[in-house]
Design a protein around this ligand. Structure first.
Ligand code: MN
Length: 292
């Protein structure tokens, strides 16, 4: 199943070119509710059957007529992996002053960082660069595969990890690069409003099949820049989940973006970023200057 959030926070099941509105089945759903997807995921085991039945009869709305929102606008936690593909670590090593790509780091030493939830934006929203406060700085795209937690996970083994995943989506981990002179905290550099586009949908884990086959491709102004599969990660999805769950509990609806493949590059006002994953969907994101 592919799930969308649209218009005033409504929740729908995506069926080719249309969406079946299932908001009425989400416990205590109200217009503008940012936490509806979290409750839906938390109650998925009991809601799945009724949703599948409702989809057959509920009214459809054409996808093209909807405003798509981030499919999980308010996770309790938004985790992110640093450089998680060997070729990306190498690429960062060859750039001075990025503060990334420590060659002595082994897979066992790679941890996670957090992105602020306030940076989450939808699949039709622009990436708005904060040029008024940060003129002349370098901003980059990182197209990434993200997974969504389905079941409370505390101290789970890598072997049990995948059973705690609800589904998968795509994120762009937009980034203000540090310089040698100015090295803001990573969390801050990656948490500007609109720096975490997510979507267009969440595809449930059963529909994805083997997580190793999940791919992500990114095009900048029509030119392909990134192309990777989950199987090529340094720390794979089960280990990312397991390791984080040994730090703190992970909650239904939490999102973990798994790190960028090689090919990151500069984004400037006027650019168009397209990011796609087969089985999940495609986002077309304009790069603008934000007006505040
Ligand atoms: Mn990243």
């Amino acid at each position: 199943m592919r799930l969308a959030v649209f218009d005033e926070g409504r929740i729908g099941v995506v069926l080719e070119d249309s969406v079946a509105d299932i908001s009425a089945l989400v416990p205590r759903w109200v217009e503008g509710d940012l936490h509806a997807m979290t409750r839906l995921i938390g109650a998925w085991d009991s809601l799945r059957g009724p949703i599948e039945r409702a989809v057959k009869t509920s009214p459809r709305k054409a996808l093209k007529d909807l405003v798509l929102r981030a499919p999980q606008p308010a996770p309790m936690q938004l985790l992110a992996a640093p450089s998680n593909y060997r070729a990306h670590v190498d690429e960062m090593m060859h750039r001075v002053g990025t503060g990334l790509g420590n060659p002595t780091k082994t897979a066992n030493e790679l941890g996670f960082f957090m992105k602020a939830n306030g940076s989450i934006s939808g699949p039709q929203d622009p990436i708005a660069l904060p040029l008024k406060t940060l003129p002349g700085r370098l901003f980059e795209h990182e197209g990434e595969i993200a997974f969504v937690i389905g079941k409370h996970a505390k101290g789970v083994s890598p072997e049990d990890a995948v059973s705690h995943i609800f589904g998968y989506t795509i994120m762009v981990d937009a980034t203000l690069r540090a310089t040698e002179e100015i090295a803001e905290e990573r969390v801050q550099r990656k948490s500007f409003a609109s720096f975490s586009p997510m979507g267009p949908f969440i595809t449930t884990a059963d529909e994805i099949g083997d997580w190793r086959d999940i791919s992500v491709q990114l095009w900048l102004n029509g030119e392909q820049r990134q192309d990777a599969k989950a199987r090529d990660m340094i720390v794979d999805i089960p280990n990312l989940l397991s390791r984080a769950s040994h730090v703190m509990p992970l909650f239904p609806g939490d999102v973990y973006t798994t790190g960028s493949p090689p090919g990151v590059g500069k984004i400037t006002v006027g650019d168009t970023v397209i990011v796609e994953s087969r089985g999940i969907g495609r986002m077309t994101l304009k790069v603008t200057e934000r007006d505040w």
